[in-house]
Design a protein around this ligand. Sequence first.
Ligand SMILES: Cc1cc2nc3c(=O)[nH]c(=O)nc-3n(C[C@H](O)[C@H](O)[C@H](O)COP(=O)(O)O)c2cc1C
Length: 355
Amino acid sequence: MDYLYEYLARPCLFRLDPEVAHNRALTGLKLLSKLGPIPRLMERRNMIVPGAAPVEAFGLKFPNRVGLAAGFDKHADVWPVCGALGFGHTEIGTITQHAQPGNEGLRVFRYPQYEAVVNRYGFPNIGADAAAEKLAKGPKKGTRTAPLGVNIGKSKKTELADAPADYLYSFAKLAEFADYMVVNISSPNTPGLRQLQDKDHLVTLLNELMKANRERAAKLGEKPVPFLLKIAPDLTFGQMDEILAVVAESGFDGIIATNTTLDRPASMPELHNQGGLSGKPLLEKSLGVVKYLVKASDGKIPVIGSGGICRVADAGRFLDEGAVLVQLYSGLVYRGPFFARDCARALAWHDQKWV
Ligand SMILES: Cc1cc2nc3c(=O)[nH]c(=O)nc-3n(C[C@H](O)[C@H](O)[C@H](O)COP(=O)(O)O)c2cc1C
């Protein structure tokens, strides 16, 4: 199957503009969702690893350790069938309060020689209201075979000072559909967004969101929705220490490390397009961030590792550094639709204990 992708499907897809190729993949998944029992049968085969126990994290049960990172299913179109490819959780979004088209012109670039992707999408999305309407039609919370994450960000037209209100709006609209929620403050393509990683902004944002989360839970007699923070790989150790402290104090449940990087390896001058770099060149940087977060928090704050998983062994290295789960996106472009299944099987083997 891998060979079919490498020698047949990938060369055809790589002739297309990356955004067009991505839309074809979404169309394929939408078609799959209409094939009666087939996606469910595929899910049983690809998502569930025989003999492996589900993974517990953030009070949720994950059928395996490998998730689809945010950005693939930006408009909540295909998340119910991603398990058929092997994903043990899917994160939709980033979704913002206001619907927005994202940046103009070409906004995704592939670099096959480096197994890299650069994107400057700028959060094109249908907005929180329309996303809520779509999610209401999908499988309900509590009946799903794999957790659904909802990743929220700041609308471009919202001033930085008003960011908490923008996130709070999306939280209020989308919490009822989310098994977990992610606060994205780390995409490099929304001007000023990464400033929300600074301590003062972050304290306000996370505390206000957690307050709303607890109030909602008390009103409904439910548990608060697990909340994760997604951070950039381009932080200093001092900034990471501050983030860990704010996450712990606010009661956030964990961290996703990392988003794409603005850095460029000096040895790869071709990666000149503006935007966030993902894929293989990001791997060591993201691993370093996960390693630091796990060590500095004494393993008390669960971390999802993301960044540059392009080989099965790369996923294992995140677990070696203490990550509880991993997510991937660019690896799907280079390794094909069943790469998550292959990683999930390998990681389940890694989990096996002699008895
Ligand atoms: C085309 C593209 C679009 C992305 N869009 C988002 C997004 O909307 N929100 C987000 O939190 N991360 C987004 N990301 C970042 C990914 O979720 C992931 O954290 C990052 O790409 C590193 O993983 P990878 O190397 O496996 O791709 C995007 C990545 C790519 C390649």
